[in-house]
Design a protein around this ligand. Sequence first.
Ligand code: DMJ
Length: 631
Amino acid sequence: MHPPARKDYVSVTFGEQSGGKYNNGKQWRRQSCWRKWKQLSRLQRSIVLFSLVLLLLFGMSSYPTLQYQMCMAETELGGAAGLPVPPRVLPEPGKVQPDTPERPEGPELPSPGLKKGPHRRGPPVLQGRQQKRWNTWRGAVLVVEGRPSDGTKAGDNKEDSPGQPPEMSPKEIEALRLEAVRDSFRHAWRGYKEFAWGHDELRPISKSYGEWFGLGLTLIDALDTMWILGLRDEFAEARAWVNSELSFNKNVDVNLFETTIRILGGLLSTYHLSGDQMFLEKAKDIGSRLMPAFKTPSKIPYSDVNIGKGTAHPPRWTSDSTVAEVTTIQLEFRELSRLTQDPQYQDAVGEVARQVHQLEGKQDGLVPMFINTNSGQFTHQGVFTLGARADSYYEYLLKQWIQGGKKETQFLEDYLQAIEGVKKNLLQKSSPSGLSFVGELSHGQFSPKMDHLVCFLPGTLALGAHHGLPDDHMELARKLMETCYQMYAQMETGLSPEIVHFNTYEGSIRDVEVKPADRHNLLRPETVESLFYMYRFTKDTKYRDWGWEILQSFNKYTKVPTGGYTSISNVRDPNYPSPRDKMESFFLGETLKYMFLLFSDDPELVDLDRVVFNTEAHPLPIWPPAPQEGN
Ligand code: DMJ
């Protein structure tokens, strides 16, 4: 009735094989494999399957890296795929970068006369491998139209013939560096536009995108940067997207803090810079959608809000919020109230600040890292840091005082007390070079650990000193700035890791240690931010030179030829810094903006007596005195 397919198959095939004929047909091979598989014991089969799964997982995890290498190979070989290439991250030093067509026509610019190498100011050699780093770095001169920017010919060995670079006027140096930042921005933007337009973050190696909130985070974070850099065409395109595509009426959970500092802050500052009402309307929309976060038993906000449903909740595993997160939304909500004449925003964040001001559990003005949304009390007490989870609490104490016209004295008092607390509890010197650093305290135990995030502090201290706070704040700022710079300069790539540990024991060989898990660089802004403030207030050009070095290191180790920049996993390996395939929105929102402002000598561009930057580098106005106060 029905042919016993399996039997026919077996009989025909085996008959031929047993008859001595050689059969290498596809069907035979398949069937033979199947027989062998059936003959295996259960254990053997499990081992084979397990190995296959392992192989698959390994293949998947190395996919972005492979793609990256192929992308590099294509670039280096002019598209000749298939040839073996070493796993370089960027084209050889001295080669024209693939984005050179974007460079404006014009005279070839000689080097700004940077002094490079260990003869630079600063402490003596801190890492055994520093010499190697400098040798590597020397090759990384910027190339314009096929010629390095220091006036040597491409390929010249500067070790053999150091030469004297032609002198440049300060104006020429400024122009060169500003254009270099614009180039970097354009390059990053090109990748975002091509592969991630309207999405949250560019994944430059896989030429795709990542979503966090699904709100075009990078585009919004970058709006005021484009305005400040004078990139009007790019700005116009982005504005059109915000106007016609951006909708906050979405069933999506967003983080209150991140959305406030990046999106609300970005829209408000862009409104102020451009005068375009559309940005204010969008700011009002997102601001009001974030308000459900404050409906908690204590009025300390939840971390997450669903901006479509109007509901809010803490993370799944706790009812705590992070102290930095609930105390770093004030500048933005206060400004929203001022602009809309609707006090609800300012009232909500003011209540949080009022409660934190009077809470028990601080040590010399230093705050713990967590706060409970039910009780309104600090939790996990006894641990103090100026890094992750507490950092911008201190920043916003000072900045709220400045924003409000220096009248809200409780912010100033808390800030001054906290800086004394830092000096007393967290400030130490490294060995052997005596770098001042800010460590952490855990139940009375000091840890010499410092996050890169702490490098906001020199800039904030300098800003306070500019606004009349004690001179010793500026002294501390100078010392910490040096340390933050060394966190870059002492690494083989010239880029800082996420976290360092300082040696404090006399007789240590080096000052800085980096644990394997801490070797990543996420293109963070804090050091460049502080360099900007330090240069503004001291006019010491070494801060600009340090920023210039850092920009070149970003270009050398994180720039992806097909567009965009990537976070890396290993700042200690200049041969393969392990790209992570992600460009954080703050690279455009903050890092490149502060870099540009560092190099610009136009005090009008951002006047620090009239604006205050939010923690995501979005400038907001310092409130003018009310009319009756002015009289
Ligand atoms: C940014 O989102 C902000 O600067 C924030 O205050 C800290 N983290 C990132 C940048 O590192």
